[in-house]
Every structure is written in C-alpha cells, then in structure tokens.
Write a protein that binds this ligand. Structure first.
Ligand SMILES: Nc1ncnc2c1ncn2[C@@H]1O[C@H](COP(=O)(O)OP(=O)(O)OP(=O)(O)O)[C@@H](O)[C@H]1O
Ligand SMILES: [Mg+2]
Length: 452
C-alpha cells in the first residue's frame, strides 16, 4: 500500500516564495496547500488538516508568531516551522520559546529546509506508531500481562479460564518472563481477589528459616523466636500463596508442603495446635521441572500435586514481536513515575532492541528502557545512543542466550567467570559489566553448575 503523503501548509505573502516552495514540496513528496496570510492560514489549518505548518513571520495582518499562538490556543500540537528574511536573535529566541519547531532565515537554504521537514516527518511517523501501540494496549486490555503474540494471547485465555478454579498451578519460565505477573493475574481475576496475595521466594530466605516463614512459629520454638509469629500460609488464608522458586525449597520441607496441600492443615513450629487454612497455591520455577526432578531438587509427588494447571512462559527472544508493545507500556509507566514526557523509541533504537537476545527477558527490557529514559531525560525520544552500551554494541550479548547449546555454554561460562574474577567475585558488578541483570547472572551460574 502506498504511504499517504505528509501534508504541509505553507503560509507566506510572497508569491515567488509560494511558487518555488510549492514546486520543492511536491518534488520532495509532500502534499501542500497555500495561504497568503495568517488568517487564511488559520482557516486552512482547520480544513486541510496539515501535518506540518511552514510559515513566514512578517505578514501584513497576522504574523507567523501570532498564527503559531492562535493554533496552540486551539489545542493544536502540529509542528510549526517559521521562516523570515528579517531575522534577529531576539525573534528566533521568541519563536522557539513560543514552541516553534524550527526557525529558518531567508534566503532559504533548501537543503536545510528539506532536512528540517524530514526530521519533523520522522517524528510524526514515530508519534503515530506510538499512538497506535498505546491504543492497542488500551483496547486489548492485555495489561498487566502485556503481549499480543499468539503465545501470549493463548496464555491470557488460559489464565482467564482457570482463574476461578482453586486448583494449584505451576508456572515455569526463565527469570524475568513474568511468572509473578501471571500469578497475580490468576489471583486478581479469581474469586479470591478480595483475599490476600502473599508471595514468598524460596531462594531469598536462608534455608533454615523457610519452615518458620511458611508455617509460623510459637514463642521459644527456636533460638531467637522471642514472639509467636504466623507463617505465610496463615497470612494467605482465604487468598493465594505464591511460592516462587519452588525448586530451591529443601526437599524435606517439600514433603511437609505436600502434606499441607493434601489436608489443608498446618501447625506452627514449636506448637502442637493444628488448624485448617484455605489457601490456593501457585508455585513458580525458572528451572525446567523435569531437570529439577532428575537432579533431585524437586520432588516428583509435589510436582504432580502442583502441576494441576501449568503455565509455560516463553522467553522474550521467542516473542520479539511483543517488544514494541512492551516498550510502549513501560514508557507510559515511566512517564508517570518520573514525570517524563517520552513519546517513543526511534526506529534505529527499536531495531537494536529487537536484535538483542534479552537473556534477562522482560525484566531486563524494563530496566533497559528505564535507564534509557533517564539518559534521554528532557527529550521526547529514546535514541540509539541513549540505550545501554551492550545493546548498542551487542558483540558480547550474543553469547548470553539461554538455554545454551553446548559450545555456546562454554563461552558463556568462561565470560561469566572472567567477569566475576575481574569484579573480585562481586556479582552485581560483574552483571553490570556484562550488561546483565544480577538475577540473570545468578541463574546462569546455577545453570552452569557454578555457585549461584
Ligand atoms: N508480559 C508482561 N507485561 C508487562 N510487564 C511484564 C511482563 N512480564 C514481565 N513483566 C515485568 O517484568 C518484571 C519481571 O517480571 P516477574 O517478576 O513476574 O518475572 P519472574 O518470571 O517472576 O522472574 P524471576 O524468575 O526472576 O522471579 C516485572 O517488573 C514485571 O512487571
Ligand atoms: Mg519471580
């Protein structure tokens, strides 16, 4: 389909300029309309619906700057480019202050004019694209789990169809793919929505404290238990308990968890009192369950008990078509959070973002966009040079694709260990050097059998 030409409204009282510019604009592929003064320009702006306005400053009745003001007063945000033969620095400053997109002096430098128009046209295209994505986000109602690829739509359908059930669920996906987002959706769309959603990450708690964290403890149950404390099961009563990184739970505790899942009864550590809880369990793991069972980290019986409904979250590299939509979602969030006014990511930058392999998945994309938006602060656009260096120059990142094939894995592991050495075993620093999220780095180390 041929693209619709960009419309330019030319406002100038000089017939020679009108004639020359009309020819140029046509040659450059623009559609144009001509007004001979400010008032005519204001009327044509309403009927011709130009994308860009190119106006002289000095005109008999209404000046170009007055035209700009009156258009803005009517709520127009169209770019206005002013031209004048009587330029002073003050006038140029005033024009820019009033919101002119550019200020050109006559006699016109046509190469400069063309590049100014091309840049304005590029912005218009990007703005249109971002509006389209924004309305797609609103219309599809896919938030908070953003995605429009088939795999994400199917996931959304599955979530909606099982949210009302009380059955346990197991969510499997690499780190940062949105497992917790899915768990929250299941809770929020289900009949327990008014109840609590309690998330507990097995990898984040010292192993010896997991039991009391889950089941609570009586006063004096162990050294340091100065008070009685309810566990996550009690806190999640009538709601949902999200057990993140389930394969990190000590295996003996998995047996205890299984028993609770069977009879719904819990007992605080150091107490003999037993009571019943009504909790829906959603568990998550970023290790392939089969593998976790094979290497003895996940009990098979627990797996079958949890896996009544299962979700597999695709890595971001397998759904790259969702990248623009996710970015639009994050830009809208960031504009709110940091009071920014980013409109979109430039085409060049988007190409780089789509080329990158995203080992840290959506979390890494979110971080990269947040960082780029902060670097681009003050601008409406995220440009290629605002992106983190490892995305601009992805020579290293290509090694960081999970799950790794064998030869690549060796190189990945070597790079990881080297970076760790260089950083004095400081994981956060090594991750920064490699342009990875620190959790991704830890998970990769684990996958390679190194100490995560
Ligand atoms: N489909 C999505 N739409 C919007 N945001 C998403 C999506 N998936 C993930 N995110 C965002 O990415 C970040 C990571 O998501 P989440 O914590 O759910 O990942 P995870 O799979 O639980 O990761 P981990 O295994 O490291 O715990 C969060 O900030 C989340 O809001
Ligand atoms: Mg998580």
């Amino acid at each position: 389909m041929a693209s619709v030409p960009t419309k330019i409204l030319l406002v100038d009282d000089d017939p020679d300029i009108q004639e020359i510019l009309q020819i140029c604009l046509k040659q450059w592929g623009f559609e144009s309309a001509i007004a001979s003064n400010g008032n005519e320009g204001a009327l044509l702006a309403d009927s011709f619906h130009p994308d860009i306005i190119l106006s002289d400053v000095m005109m008999p009745d209404m000046s170009g700057i007055e035209l700009l003001r009156s258009l803005q007063a009517n709520g127009s945000s169209r770019p206005v480019i002013l031209m004048t033969g009587y330029s002073t620095v003050d006038m140029a400053v005033e024009a820019m202050k009033q919101g002119a997109r550019d200020f050109l002096t006559k006699p016109l430098d046509y190469t400069k004019l063309k590049s100014v128009l091309d840049a304005a046209q590029k912005d218009l295209k990007a703005r249109k694209q971002s509006k389209k994505l924004s309305s797609q986000l609103t219309r599809s109602g896919c938030r908070p789990l953003v995605g429009a690829t088939k795999v994400m739509k199917d996931l959304d359908t599955l979530i909606r169809s099982v949210a009302h059930s009380d059955a346990s669920a197991l969510i499997w996906g690499e780190s940062g793919t949105g497992k917790e987002v899915v768990a929250r959706c299941l809770h929020d769309l289900g009949k327990r929505a008014a109840g609590p959603f309690i998330a507990v990450n097995m990898a984040a708690i010292p192993k010896e404290l997991i039991e009391s964290e889950l089941f609570g403890h009586a006063k004096g149950a162990f050294t340091g238990a100065t008070d009685e404390r309810p566990g996550c099961f009690e806190l999640a009563n009538e709601g949902t308990l999200f057990l993140d990184e389930i394969a990190e739970m000590p295996v003996d505790l998995q047996t205890r968890l299984l028993r609770v899942l069977e009879d719904g009864k819990i007992r605080r550590l150091g107490s003999s009192e037993e009571f019943t809880v009504n909790v829906r369990i959603i568990a998550a793991t970023n290790q392939m369950p089969q593998l976790a069972m094979e290497n003895g980290r996940l009990r098979e019986d627990l797996y079958f008990r949890l896996n009544v409904i299962s979700f597999v979250l695709p890595p971001l590299r397998d759904r790259k078509d969702d990248i623009p939509l996710l970015i639009q979602h994050f830009i809208e969030e960031l504009n709110q959070k940091h009071g920014l006014s980013i409109e979109a990511v430039r085409d060049d930058a988007m190409r780089l973002l789509k080329r990158y392999s995203w080992p840290g998945n959506v979390r890494e994309l979110k971080n990269a966009i947040e960082r780029s938006a902060i670097v681009a602060r003050g601008s409406s656009w995220i440009e290629s040079h605002d992106l983190p260096p490892y995305i601009q120059n992805p020579s290293k990142e290509d090694f960081f694709v999970l799950p790794p094939d064998v030869p690549t894995a060796r190189v990945q592991k070597e790079l990881l260990l080297k970076a760790l050495d260089k950083a004095g075993q400081n994981k956060a620093e090594a991750a920064k050097e490699l342009g990875l999220d620190v959790r991704t780095l830890s998970n990769m180390l684990k996958a390679f059998g190194a100490k995560g």
